[in-house]
Design a protein around this ligand. Structure first.
Ligand code: SF4
Length: 223
């Protein structure tokens, strides 16, 4: 496990570096929609295993047609599929989006709930999506959102030794100071998309390479 100071030392360096990079799609959508919880929820559902540009374009196509739980629930699943294609698993996601919108309308008065327990009752919503909604749309300071980028990079850096994103989330609550919780996702997702890539991490171009043990890294990409 890292000392607190290792994370404290690297987070500001990462913060400076990612401030010059493009923001992840869901953050962009959140800003453009003035933190609309519904758009954050749906775009996060669409983002799983999908490139950012594809997520952004698909979300924009859907929200151009319908941007409330009620209006999205009124679309047919086939129409939602067409609008969100080519996000990964677009057929499953269309079913989940429609069902989630129906439940938001029927059970939550058309609002996105603000607790983990309630969010996890929605179809297709797991901890990653729920945490991101709580962090971005409900401005929670009590959550850490761990996706594959955060999971991979935290293990390469030796901040955690875990097998699943959920284990990483729980480990980070123990090893990271609370002030970093809301921004770990933004920094490490941006870092994972631009530098610490899954297969060929760009270690020679990495601002934190001097502090990184590169655990599990076998191949490096171009600088
Ligand atoms: S040095 Fe390489 S493995 Fe470590 S954070 Fe940078 S890109 Fe990732």
């Amino acid at each position: 496990m890292p000392t607190l100071s290792a994370i404290d030392k690297l987070m500001p360096i990462l913060g400076r570096a990612v401030s010059k990079m493009e923001e992840p799609a869901v953050e962009k959508i959140s800003e453009d929609s003035k933190n609309d919880a519904f758009q954050v929820l749906i775009s996060t559902m669409l983002s799983a295993q999908t490139k950012d540009a594809v997520t952004h374009a698909a979300s924009m196509r859907l929200f151009a047609v319908a941007k409330t739980p009620k209006t999205v629930a009124a679309l047919t699943t086939a129409r939602i599929e067409t609008l969100i294609y080519p996000v990964s698993f677009y057929r499953n996601k269309a079913v989940h989006v429609k069902e989630t919108c129906k439940q938001l309308t029927a059970r939550f008065g058309g609002k996105v709930p603000s607790t983990m327990e309630e969010l996890l009752t929605l179809p297709g919503v797991g901890r990653k999506t729920a945490n991101l909604v709580l962090l971005i749309a409900h401005e929670s300071g009590d959550n850490i959102c761990v996706d594959t980028h955060v999971h991979r990079i935290c293990n390469r850096l030796g901040w955690v030794r875990t097998r699943t994103p959920e284990q990483t989330e729980m480990a980070l609550y123990r090893v990271a100071k609370k002030k970093w919780w809301p921004i770990i996702n933004l920094y490490l997702v941006t870092w994972g998309q631009n530098v610490c890539k899954p297969v060929y991490p760009r270690c020679r171009a990495c601002a934190i390479s001097a502090y990184c043990p590169r655990l599990g890294v076998t191949k490096e990409g171009k600088a």
